[in-house]
Design a protein around this ligand. Structure first.
Ligand SMILES: [Zn+2]
Length: 251
């Protein structure tokens, strides 16, 4: 009954959407990372992005103006990782905040002696547990060009990771996947990556397992051949998690 109501509600949202197919196609043409999608997947992505924009609010900070093009670009890239999952993977939070450029975020940590250390970190994006996703437009604008970096995919993959608590590189598994296989393969690769950086994979991934998963996801969608070259077993594992294979010829 509930899923019937949900479907009906989604149909209504899609029917009432002001965004035309041409607008979605224009936004998509700016994002080479979506080039490999066939027509069915494109239309699925446009629908998902329409629902995404209905459920999430996108607001500008520091005077940044949110245009339709900004909204559509963020929605398309955010929905790529969940193309074959669903919007429930982004549940429990609703807001996306966009800064004009990189921003500084302050973190404080208490050390073993009880002393609090405050650090200012320069960021291009952030994802808060049960809170907003924050993006720098300067970095988002240059995402999606198949260079292996994608701040939108990165931050939204943290959100998938946070579905079962703090981001730690271990998101909820898909049906049929073994948590132990994920832990073992990701753990081994993370240890290896800390000692042996790989071409095309951002060193930032060596920070911790959560960043490793987010950085690998950027490469998985943007430059999958480099991930296959570096960690073929992880590429396969990630196809099982995302239920898609960005390298598969679709056109
Ligand atoms: Zn991160």
């Amino acid at each position: 009954m509930f899923s019937k109501f949900k479907r009906w509600r989604e149909q209504r949202i899609l029917a009432k959407s002001q965004i035309t197919l041409q607008q979605w196609q224009r936004a998509q043409s700016e994002l080479p990372v979506l080039d490999q999608l066939d027509e069915d997947d494109q239309s699925k992505l446009f629908k998902l992005a329409t629902l995404f924009l209905n459920y999430k609010t996108i607001s500008g900070a520091h005077g940044f103006e949110i245009t339709d093009a900004v909204r559509q670009s963020i929605a398309l890239q955010a929905c790529l990782p969940i193309l074959n999952l669903n919007l429930d993977w982004y549940s429990g939070w609703s807001s996306i905040i966009v800064y004009p450029a990189g921003f500084t975020s302050t973190t404080s940590e208490v050390d073993a002696f009880g002393v609090t250390h405050t650090k200012n970190n320069h960021r291009s994006g952030e994802a808060w547990l049960r809170g907003p996703v924050i993006l720098s437009w300067k970095d988002t604008e240059h995402a999606g060009i198949r260079d292996g970096h994608n701040v939108v995919i990165h931050e939204f993959v943290h959100k998938l990771d946070m579905l079962n608590g703090r981001a730690n590189g271990f998101p909820p598994m898909q049906k049929g996947m073994e948590q132990s296989t994920w832990t073992k393969q990701m753990g081994n690769a993370f240890e290896d990556f800390q000692l042996n950086p790989k071409p095309g994979i951002d060193r930032y991934g060596a920070t911790n397992p959560a960043e490793f998963f987010a950085v690998l996801s950027e490469v998985f969608f943007e430059t999958p051949d480099l991930l296959i070259e570096a960690y073929p077993d992880l590429y396969k594992l990630m196809t099982q998690f995302f239920l898609q294979s960005p390298l598969a010829p679709r056109r």
